[in-house]
Design a protein around this ligand. Structure first.
Ligand code: INI
Length: 139
């Protein structure tokens, strides 16, 4: 996983949901590494570096960009999304987009396990599905 420290209250809850979902689906904690980065803008480079090592079946990106807190929301959120996609395409490893983009901190907390699911857990399931799918496709 690559996790952003910016809005850490939210991303730590997503990380915990992600770990929990992985464990429940047969991926124990000792098979998971976490790289912390300062903010979501730093996620794509780190995800790509991790994917390039060949040590990981998938890279799960966890971050939180809140519009209310920044005028450069569009740049941070847009570049993070584009960079995550690019990291997956460039390496052939599933790089999962678990970066919340919300208007308020309340919305972010709700999607990090408080009320409407946990986006980190969703990202874990997407990673498992993609690893299995790509294994079936082969090549
Ligand atoms: N990074 C985030 O992950 N979320 C934010 O909401 C955010 N805001 O509000 O600015 C944010 N900014 C930091 C950015 O990701 C970089 O770490 C920083 O610009 C240094 O490159």
């Amino acid at each position: 996983m690559v996790a952003s420290r910016f809005n850490a209250m939210v991303t730590e809850a997503m990380l915990s949901g992600c770990r929990d979902a992985l464990a429940r689906h047969g991926v124990p904690d000792e098979r998971v590494d976490v790289a912390w980065v300062p903010g979501s803008f730093e996620i794509p480079l780190t995800a790509r570096k991790l994917a390039e090592t060949g040590r990981y079946a998938a890279v799960i990106c966890l971050g939180c960009v809140i519009r209310g807190e920044t005028t450069h929301y569009d740049h941070v959120a847009g570049q993070a999304a584009a960079g995550v996609m690019q990291a997956g395409l460039a390496t052939g490893i599933p790089v999962i987009f678990g970066i919340l983009t919300t208007e308020t901190v309340e919305q972010a907390l709700n999607r990090a396990g408080l009320k409407s699911g946990n986006k980190g857990a969703d990202a874990a399931l997407a990673a498992i599905e993609m690893v299995n799918l790509l294994a079936r496709i082969g090549g």
